[in-house]
Design a binder for this molecule. Sequence first.
Ligand SMILES: NC(=O)c1ccc[n+]([C@@H]2O[C@H](COP(=O)([O-])OP(=O)(O)OC[C@H]3O[C@@H](n4cnc5c(N)ncnc54)[C@H](O)[C@@H]3O)[C@@H](O)[C@H]2O)c1
Length: 312
Amino acid sequence: MKIVVTGGAGFIGSHLCEYLLEKGHEVICVDNYFTGSKENIKHLLSHKSFKEKEHDIINPLFFDESIDQIYNLACPASPIHYQVNKIRTIKACTVGMVNMLGIAKAKKARILQASTSEVYGDPKIHPQHEGYWGHVNMNGPRSCYDEGKRVAESLMMAYHWQNNIDTRIVRIFNTYGPRMAENDGRVVSNFIIQALKNEPLTIYGDGSQTRSFCYVSDLVEAMYRVMNLEKFYNPINLGNPHEFTVLELANKVKQLTKSESEIIFKPLPEDDPVKRKPDISLAKKMISWEPKISVDEGLKTTVEYFRKLLKN
Ligand SMILES: NC(=O)c1ccc[n+]([C@@H]2O[C@H](COP(=O)([O-])OP(=O)(O)OC[C@H]3O[C@@H](n4cnc5c(N)ncnc54)[C@H](O)[C@@H]3O)[C@@H](O)[C@H]2O)c1
């Protein structure tokens, strides 16, 4: 198949491009290189089935060739990055989504939207299942992303109902692994980099807030399965339900890196969710999937990636 991956030069997108090429597909990676980088796809550029197109999905995009599937990942994903230009973040989620749905319509292509657990906001139920409508602050500092992603889901459903577009929605929970951006302030990369540099590990809040982390290869496999699932249009949670506290994560990273770093505590940012854990019963039922990579295994590979990166 000929497959477009927007945001293909980003953390998850670059792993997805790799996976699709391994499966024998042709891949067109569309990226504006805001948070992604050529470095992430450097090893794919010489692949005969890989093409790269520098483009911002906020602007209309045209393809001469036929397109079978579109994975829409183009959007800055970490709070530090999506808050740099909140208007552009909202536009990527809305105008960009409309542009990509337009291509899906014109090319009769199936389209998958990378939604997020942030659509649940600071959830009042735990774990979060797909039927929960969420608890989101629409005026807060994170709303450009949270509400943007909610509108993107609404757009997907509207185009599906009204124009019969073949849509898929995955709600991704915290994912980690090699090629996470070094400077994006996400907890896993933060801790690893701080530990490798023997700097203090910063915990925002008292560290009792829980998170669950999915290794990127598990996520990519699940995205592929959802895309290729027949006739299922409702959102599906993808993530690792294994939950631990941020303090436990900090200690795990310290142990793995054999770091001397101390752990320090800073105030919790506004609207930071206290609890987050996916209910993945639907994914288990629909795509027979659950994460395989343990946190220890995934962290080890990620630590090695950052160790090499910091040496260069
Ligand atoms: N990493 C996670 O834990 C996580 C969790 C939930 C959802 N997601 C979603 O998955 C997708 C990928 O996330 P990621 O972690 O790989 O982030 P990332 O920032 O590494 O990747 C996003 C990519 O999109 C590109 N991009 C951003 N705006 C664009 C635009 N307007 N036009 C074209 N390209 C644009 C960036 O340059 C980058 O390559 C995002 O949509 C994100 O919202 C990620």
